[in-house]
Design a protein around this ligand. Structure first.
Ligand SMILES: [Mg+2]
Length: 359
């Protein structure tokens, strides 16, 4: 098989009412990969909040696409290596990793379609049903918004809900978490997300105020660049630390693991250099009793978790409009059944490109 063409573009997608308080839109950088055998692979990266999508698309189009055109898409790891090693002098991760991720996801989609298998089965399935946690709770939500959102996820059967703790006053965050706990009851477990906003001492102070609430994890306490600080927080607080949505490679994750900086690792398949590198990260974590709970894009992440002995939850942020994808996995009893369609099983809805394409 040969790659005969790649069409890349940006989709701009408005978010639903509540999320729009914080992020009015997201953008997807899409790569359609065409082959001489008539199979088409769909790859995409989610630029959460939209930032950087145009740069990702230009990098993909100008620097990575030429490395894949004319090649056999079934040699995914070879093409991954070629893309990863390109432009080492100027790029490391970030924009380039998002671009590589989109192509890697599209190549794997082709592999699955060529094999006639969904990816999680191609990778050796553990389960076809993945538990999800409801995720949101941004700081611009009123208390009613927050509790309403949490209850909506619980209404879909989710046994876990994650909220942001972004207020500079740790007592305000405590009050909001406590209010959600009271509204949902003890049966529903909660997680909190700092999104890199505090330093080590700020986290120790914040976590101390939350330690009696039986939280599942305390997420992304410090700047994602500072693995040492994350490790220090993990050693000093009584809540398990989760991190990784802004880490990109097996090397970074190896360092997080070796420093014992997190009990839960959350690679994002659209950032961490695609399915290829995310699986490597996850297998490395398995050797250290560390669980993997991927960041957002649950419609793609379910395949990863479905193939992992150490997979835990997928993050469910219910934001996609019904006319974006042909068929989005549905949350039932708090779980997603992994689509049994070949590849990752996702396709753009008819007309989605016309409706949402930028430019
Ligand atoms: Mg997070």
């Amino acid at each position: 098989m040969k790659v005969t063409g790649i069409d890349s573009f940006v989709l701009r997608i408005p978010t639903p009412r509540l999320m729009a308080l914080e992020f009015p839109e997201h953008r997807l950088v899409v790569a359609m990969i065409y082959t001489d055998e008539g199979l088409t692979g769909l790859g995409y990266s989610l630029a959460f909040g939209g930032g950087g999508a145009e740069a990702i698309q230009v990098y993909l189009e100008t620097r990575l696409k030429p490395l894949v055109l004319g090649e056999d898409p079934l040699f995914v790891a070879r093409l991954w290596e070629r893309m990863y090693r390109a432009d080492r002098g100027i790029k490391r991760q970030g924009v380039a990793a998002y671009a590589l991720s989109a192509l890697d996801i599209g190549l794997w989609d082709l592999v699955g379609k060529a094999a006639g298998l969904p990816l999680y089965k191609l990778w050796g399935a553990v389960t076809d049903r993945i538990p999800a946690y409801g995720s949101g709770g941004w700081p611009k939500y009123s208390l009613d918004d927050l509790i309403g959102e949490a209850k909506r996820y619980v209404g879909m059967g989710c046994r876990y809900y994650k909220m942001k703790i972004h207020n500079p006053d740790p007592r305000v965050n405590r009050q909001r978490v406590e209010a959600v706990r009271e509204a949902l009851g003890d049966e529903i477990r909660l997680m909190v997300d700092v999104n890199q906003k505090l330093d080590v001492l700020g986290n120790i102070r914040q976590a101390r105020l939350l330690e009696d609430l039986d939280l599942v994890w305390y997420e992304e306490p410090v700047l994602a660049d500072d693995l040492a600080a994350c490790a220090e927080v993990a050693q000093r607080i009584g809540i398990p630390v989760a991190t990784g949505e802004n880490n990109y490679t097996r090397f970074e994750f190896r360092d997080l693991i070796e420093r014992r900086a997190a009990r839960y690792l959350m690679p994002d398949v659209c950032r961490a250099n695609g399915f290829t590198e995310t699986l490597r990260i996850a297998h490395l974590a398995a050797a250290h009793q560390v669980a993997v709970t991927p960041h957002v894009v649950h419609e793609l992440s379910v395949h990863v978790v479905g193939a992992l002995e150490n997979g835990f939850l997928v993050e469910f942020i219910d934001w996609t409009p019904p006319d974006l994808f042909a068929e989005m996995p549905r949350c039932e009893d708090g779980h997603f059944r992994i689509p049994d369609r070949p590849g990752h099983g996702m396709a753009l809805a008819p007309g989605a490109e016309r409706r949402y394409r930028v430019g």
